[in-house]
Every structure is written in structure tokens, then in C-alpha cells.
Write a protein that binds this ligand. Structure first.
Ligand code: NIG
Ligand code: FE
Length: 454
């Protein structure tokens, strides 16, 4: 198998089109954020008659420049392009060879940038140590903080490129990337700057999130009320620096019993909101901590983890969705699996209660060292009992909405960014069915093929 990564984005004036032909199915995800029963609606196009992928009725996608211009049966799309003044001679063809086309996957929750590795914790946890216990002893997040503070911007750039390449090879074209392994202004700014630069380099779009409230750093441990003292530092010193830098789009907080309380989380997120930074939360990962309730109260873009929400928290998210202020529940099944937890997030309950669900990797060195969103989909199906269709919605259009960019990416619709994946499968349900297999054949980002495998 050959694998080729093509560097760079679109150059000025290179307005040519692509016509993806020969697909057995095109999963468009058209129609906006999904919740409840629509979580499983993929708006998939297949051949109208039994002519197979290459018939005039076979579904195609046309892109022009960095945008999608049309999708539908081939004869119809080709006639429409000519009529719109886009001559077919200007389109290169990509043969999907009977594979499935989906929107580029969107990973709505990653801790992309860090230094070091924490494999020693696996055996500690196997012997019964708790995740927060390891953190309280100065390990866990804090050991990654020490390694990350010592890493240069160049080290972090090289690390970021290595993992973004891997994400791309799994069909991921947009990610969110949190800071949170600096916990001092200098290192937090370095992480946010590197995340921004990686997105500028492309091809994967990277949306930076400030997660200064990830843990209380060691230097605050001897202060009176360490978490309170650190929250004051976050609001009075870190946040103004982060705002002046202008790289972070979102603010996040680890709202968890034993880390930051709901009240402390509220203060940080409200202070960030005053500067226009949208809220997202690590909410109720290990115990009910008021995170889901707070996410609904603040109309956060997302409440993430939610492996242990309270009944009131679920009610609050359901009520927010019903009243048109949906907070996307970003479930992270690879994390509960890797932490060997008996239960993950109650995704079935979320879907039954009309709460929109997205799935992310939570890629990080402690609780989810996987960059594979398709693997997270597999675990979502096996551990959370999501259907393959629900999981695909959760990693495309709903994940895009969790990042506030549901109008730009996450579905195959005219005028949206031309971010597409051609999979080596004949039915989209096969994507999570083959755990850890290399099923991606072609990745197209902003209308340009980035990865081509034979
Ligand atoms: O989302 N739980 C908080 N933060 C990360 C883990 C970070 C770490 O252990 O390094 C998470 O699981
Ligand atoms: Fe996380």
C-alpha cells in the first residue's frame, strides 16, 4: 500500500473542480444538528436504480475551489454544473472505486499538544490506583505539565505534526485542541500559539481552546485554598494574556469533584465569556459534579465526558435542547475504556431525551492515548450502544456543531467546505465495524486531495 501526503492548502487562482465518481454511497449528513431520532439520519445518497456506482444514477460529489458545489445523481449533477457555467472539462475525476464518501471527520475534543508519556500509570491503575489519586500525588496531568513546560515551541510543533498526520490518516479534517498542560501564562500561550500555527500550516484545521483550569499546578499547592488562589490567577492573569494573544476561541474547565467546583468553573467561564470566548466543559467525568447543569446554565457549546451526570444534569441538558439552546453532549468512549471504567456516558439516554450527541477521541497522554476517531466510534457502538449511523453523525455534523462551525463543515452540502473522505468500505456501517483497521483511501481538505492510498 502506498501513502502520499500532499502538503499545503489551495493556492490563489487554482479554481478547478473535482468530481468524485464511482461511490457506492455518499453520506451527506445534510440538514443540520441531529438529536433524538434524527441522530441516526445520515441523509445517504445511493444509486437510484440498480445500475451500480458507475451508472448515470450513481451518486457523485462536485467541488470547485475549496467548496462543495453539488451532490446527487451523476447525470443531474453534470448537467447542473454545465448550466451553472462550470464546464466539465475543468473537473478532475476521482474514482471512489465502489467505496463510501463521507464528510471529513471532526474531532471535537483533543489535548493535541503535550510532551512526555505516561505508560507507567497503566500499571498503577491496574493495581487499583484511582485517576485523581495519581493526580493528587503529583502524577497524571501534573507530570505532563512538568514535561510540557520544558518543551520548546519547536518540540511541540513536531509532536503536533506527527499526531495531526495520524489523525488525517484516520479521516479527520478538523479538530479542537486544548491547552492545559502549561498552567502558567507563558506555557499556556506557547501551547495556544503552536495549535494556531499547526492549523495555519494545514491541512487539518485546528481550533484552539484555553484549558488553564485543567488542574491546580504544583506551585499553588502550599497556598491558602490552592484551587481558589489558582482560579484568581486564571481570571486576573492568565485570561487577560490569553485574550491579548487572541488565539483561543473557546474556554474549558475540568469541572469535577476534587478538581474545580461548579462555582469555580462558572467564574472562569463567565470571565472568559466577557471576552467573547465560548464555553465548553469537562463535565461529570468521574462523579456528578454539577458540570452538566452548569453547561446548560451557561449555554455552553458542549458538555464533554458526562460519564457520571446527575439526573438533574440530564434534565438540564434535555431542557436546553428542547428550548432551542442545545448544548452538545460530547461523549468520549475511548477514555472510559482506557480508564477501565465499568460504564461510559449514558449516550442512549441522551439520545432518548433529545440531547444532541457528538463523539471525540479526547486524545491525551493519560486517559486516551489514541488519535483514531474511527476507533472511538467503534467503542461508542460497543460500550455506549450507539448505532453506527448515530456514531457517524456524532463525528461529523454534530461534532461540527459542538465546535460552533456546523455551518462550515460536517456535511456534504453546496457551499460548505470541501472536506471529504473516501473509505474502502461498501456500507458506512462498516466504518466502526472493523476496529483499528486502515479504512481510509482518500482525504480531501478544502477541495485538495491530501492523502491518496492505492
Ligand atoms: O479529558 N480529565 C481531564 N483531562 C483529560 C485527561 C488529561 C490527562 O490525564 O492528562 C481528559 O480525560
Ligand atoms: Fe479531555
Amino acid at each position: 500500500m502506498s501513502l502520499r501526503v500532499i502538503e499545503g492548502g489551495l493556492t490563489e487562482g487554482s479554481s478547478t473542480g473535482l468530481l468524485i465518481v464511482g461511490a457506492s454511497a455518499i453520506v451527506t449528513m445534510a440538514g443540520g444538528l441531529r438529536r433524538g431520532e434524527t441522530q441516526a439520519e445520515t441523509a445517504t445518497l445511493v444509486g437510484l436504480r440498480d445500475g451500480g456506482p458507475d451508472s448515470p444514477d450513481g451518486p457523485v460529489v462536485a467541488t470547485w475551489g475549496d467548496r462543495i458545489v453539488a451532490t446527487g445523481p451523476r447525470a443531474e449533477v453534470e448537467a447542473g454544473l454545465e448550466a451553472a457555467g462550470l464546464p466539465l472539462s475543468r473537473f478532475s475525476h476521482i474514482d471512489a472505486a465502489g467505496g463510501v464518501v463521507t464528510p471529513g471527520l471532526v474531532d471535537p475534543h483533543t489535548h493535541l499538544l503535550f510532551a512526555g508519556s505516561r505508560e507507567g500509570e497503566l500499571q498503577l491503575r491496574q493495581r487499583g490506583a484511582g485517576y485523581l489519586e495519581i493526580l493528587a500525588a503529583g502524577g497524571g496531568i501534573l507530570s505532563t505539565v512538568a514535561a510540557t513546560r520544558a518543551a520548546s515551541a519547536d518540540d511541540l510543533l513536531a509532536h503536533g505534526r506527527r499526531w495531526l498526520d495520524e489523525m488525517l490518516s484516520h479521516g479527520v479534517t478538523t479538530i479542537e485542541a486544548k491547552s492545559g498542560y502549561g498552567l502558567d501564562l507563558r506555557t499556556e500561550l506557547r501551547l495556544l500559539e503552536v495549535a494556531h500555527r499547526l492549523g495555519q500550516e494545514g491541512p487539518v484545521d485546528v481550533l484552539p481552546t484555553w484549558l488553564g483550569a485543567h488542574a491546580v499546578p504544583t506551585e499553588f499547592k502550599d497556598r491558602h485554598e490552592p484551587a481558589e488562589a489558582y482560579v484568581r490567577h486564571l481570571i486576573d492573569e492568565q485570561l487577560p494574556g490569553v485574550v491579548a494573544q487572541g488565539r483561543a476561541r473557546f474556554a474549558d474547565v475540568f469541572c469535577e469533584r476534587g478538581v474545580f467546583t461548579a462555582d469555580q468553573s462558572r467564574r472562569v467561564l463567565e470571565a472568559a465569556a466577557a471576552f467573547g470566548m465560548q464555553a465548553r466543559l469537562h463535565a461529570d467525568e468521574l462523579a456528578p459534579s454539577g458540570g452538566a447543569e452548569l453547561a446548560a446554565e451557561l449555554s455552553a457549546l458542549s458538555a464533554d465526558h458526562l460519564a457520571a451526570p446527575s439526573a438533574a444534569g440530564i434534565d438540564a441538558l434535555a431542557e436546553a435542547a428542547d428550548s432551542g439552546r442545545p448544548v452538545v453532549a460530547v461523549v468520549l468512549p475511548a477514555t472510559t475504556w482506557f480508564l477501565m471504567k465499568p460504564a461510559g456516558a449514558p449516550a442512549r439516554t441522551f439520545i432518548e431525551r433529545g440531547i444532541p450527541v457528538a463523539v471525540g477521541t479526547d486524545f491525551n497522554p493519560g486517559t486516551s492515548p489514541t488519535a483514531s476517531l474511527p476507533l472511538a466510534m467503534t467503542v461508542a457502538c460497543l460500550s455506549l450502544r450507539m448505532t453506527p449511523a448515530e456514531a457517524l453523525t456524532a463525528t461529523t455534523i454534530n461534532a461540527a456543531h459542538a465546535l460552533g462551525i456546523g455551518d462550515v463543515v460536517g456535511s456534504i452540502e453546496p457551499d460548505k467546505q470541501a472536506d471529504l473522505v473516501i473509505w474502502r468500505v461498501t456500507d458506512p456501517d462498516q466504518i466502526p465495524y472493523w476496529p483499528a483497521a486502515d479504512l481510509v483511501r482518500v482525504v480531501i481538505k478544502r477541495g485538495r486531495p491530501q492523502l491518496l492510498r492505492d
